[in-house]
Design a protein around this ligand. Structure first.
Ligand code: COA
Length: 152
């Protein structure tokens, strides 16, 4: 049985460790902690005591920005990323939001595919926004307009 729960400050250690395994460019503990604010919507997806993944998003007026979404390395490719994204979108709609924004590395094709499949559209490019081993890479800015017919 899987369940979504708001992120608790006490579980940041678990998320930091999971992040280190799951992504080439992990968030720091300080970055996670900076997102523990009332205007954020941060959820963890669990199966029993096991953390499968999580997302961190911030609402400002009627817009939500998705800052990170991560699935544990050994749980990727099982649909949990889509479940997390759909949960985030439903939370945004329930809060009366009109649009969701995010930025993703241009090289992160799995994430770009996931966002496309949920209806996100490219809205711009920030040249050289992210650091990488080669120096820098672009950020793709993506937007999802939330309407009553947005089901994902
Ligand atoms: C991006 C991420 C969250 C996807 O989560 P996931 O649970 O593996 O993805 P799902 O199994 O739910 O797959 C959903 C869709 O994502 C896309 N996708 C997922 N893995 C993919 C891969 N390896 N290659 C291409 N597309 C992929 C596909 O469109 C897939 O739909 P499909 O199965 O119908 O083809 C996961 O790969 C991850 O945690 N990556 C590291 C952190 C990261 O990069 N986060 C995004 C930061 S912007």
């Amino acid at each position: 049985m899987i369940s979504f729960k708001p992120v608790e400050p006490a579980e940041i250690d678990v998320l930091v460790a999971l992040e280190q395994q799951a992504t080439e460019y992990p968030w720091s503990r300080a970055l996670f902690e900076s997102c523990l604010q009332p205007d954020y919507s941060n959820y963890v997806l669990r199966q029993g005591q096991q953390v499968l993944g999580y997302y961190f998003a911030q609402q400002v007026l009627d817009e939500v920005t998705l800052f990170t979404i991560t699935v544990a390395a050994d749980q990727q490719g099982k649909g949990y990323g889509r479940s997390l994204l759909q949960h985030m979108i439903q939370q945004a709609k329930s809060a009366g939001c009109r649009q969701v924004w995010l930025e993703v590395r241009a090289s992160n094709q799995p994430a770009i595919n996931l966002y496309h499949s949920a209806g996100f559209q490219p809205a711009g490019v920030r040249k050289g926004y992210y650091q990488n081993a080669a120096g820098s890479e672009d950020a793709v800015v993506m937007q999802l307009l939330l309407t009553k017919s947005t089901t994902e």
